[in-house]
Design a protein around this ligand. Structure first.
Ligand code: NAG
Length: 323
């Protein structure tokens, strides 16, 4: 801000050195455009300096806000009756530097700057049938609150971080930094929305992968004011989802169950083989049994025939004995 004023003063000096050439008639115009930045809620000085040899007692100064359709008199001072009037929109918010009038300083102190104050203003000073006017552009800006960082959720193996801050004007810039103050490589997204008060609210998000730099800071920059607000967090490994551990557990379980399945399968196979063997043995025994049975049968038949023969022989002997 200080340098801005120095710059403005330098320009004014330049202009006033050339005023003798500019005075061609009744009206004297200085710079067509000078810009000042006011911080919302704070005060700002709208500069206006008249470089005349001396300012008479009877003069008037008027600050006009150039709205699209009409010109609104913000404040007016009349040297004749030493009265100062204000527009209702600026009620209690403007002040001239009365003691500085004689030195040509017609600047206006605007207090408690509002978003609606943004725009172009003209300072018109008149005395001795001369008009001096200065055009000023008032920019408004706001530095929002300190950003808050949230660990939002787990994504894949990392953590989703969000940075939230509000009360900025104009739209701020969000930068994620690492522990060394370098811009982070991770992809990030920024959502900026305008709040009812005309200020911006910012939500930025980023995914932190395990193994990357754990020091994260969210910096919000207002390029118009050249200021920033920053928050920093250091994330412990504990916060990362331990999917890898579970994966190990899962793999171990998988291996164990595969071993179990394969041994069961082998056992079943060997059991099956044994059964087949037993069946074969049983069949062989059955065959043996059949053979033995038939042999026994044959033996019986043989016995029968032998018995019959013996009986015949016996009968013959009896006949022979009797005869
Ligand atoms: C006018 O006076 C005020 C108060 O002393 C000072 O802050 C400001 O810089 C002066 N402006 C100019 C243009 O001289």
């Amino acid at each position: 801000m200080g340098s801005q004023f120095q710059w403005l003063t330098a320009i004014h000096i330049f202009i006033f050195q050339h005023i003798p050439h500019l005075i061609a008639g009744q009206s004297v115009s200085s710079l067509p455009y000078t810009s000042v930045t006011g911080v919302i809620g704070e005060g700002v000085i709208l500069p206006c300096h008249v470089g005349a040899e001396h300012i008479p007692e009877i003069f008037s100064v008027q600050w006009i806000f150039n709205e699209q359709s009409k010109k609104r008199t913000v404040s007016r001072y009349d040297g004749k009756n030493k009265k100062e009037i204000q527009d209702e929109r600026y009620q209690g918010r403007t002040e001239f530097f009365h003691r500085e009038f004689r030195a040509g300083n017609m600047s206006l102190h605007l207090k408690n700057v509002k978003n609606s104050d943004k725009g172009s203003y003209t300072c018109v000073v008149s005395f001795d049938n001369q008009y001096h006017d200065v055009l000023i552009e008032l920019e408004v800006a706001a530095r929002g609150d300190v950003p808050s960082i949230f660990l939002k959720s787990h994504v894949k193996q990392g953590i989703s971080l969000t940075c939230h801050t509000e009360g900025w004007f104009p739209e701020p810039q969000v930068i994620w930094l690492d522990g060394q103050g370098q811009t982070r490589k991770e992809l990030s997204a920024t959502k900026i929305t305008m709040m009812p008060a005309g200020l911006y609210s910012v939500v930025a998000s980023m995914n932190l992968e395990p193994g990357s730099d754990m020091e994260v800071s969210c910096r919000v920059v207002n390029n118009l004011l050249n200021t920033m607000s920053e928050s920093r967090v250091l994330i412990s490994d504990v916060f990362f989802p331990s999917i890898s551990k579970w994966l190990v557990v899962f793999l171990v379980i998988l291996c164990l169950s595969m071993v179990l399945i394969s041994t069961t399968f082998c056992k079943l196979r060997s059991h099956h083989k044994k059964t087949v063997k037993l069946v074969k043995v049983k069949m062989a025994m059955e065959e043996e049994k059949e053979k033995l049975k038939s042999m026994l049968e044959k033996e019986k038949d043989k016995n029968k025939t032998a018995k019959a023969e013996n009986r015949k022989r016996l009968a013959r002997y009896q006949v022979e004995l009797a005869g």
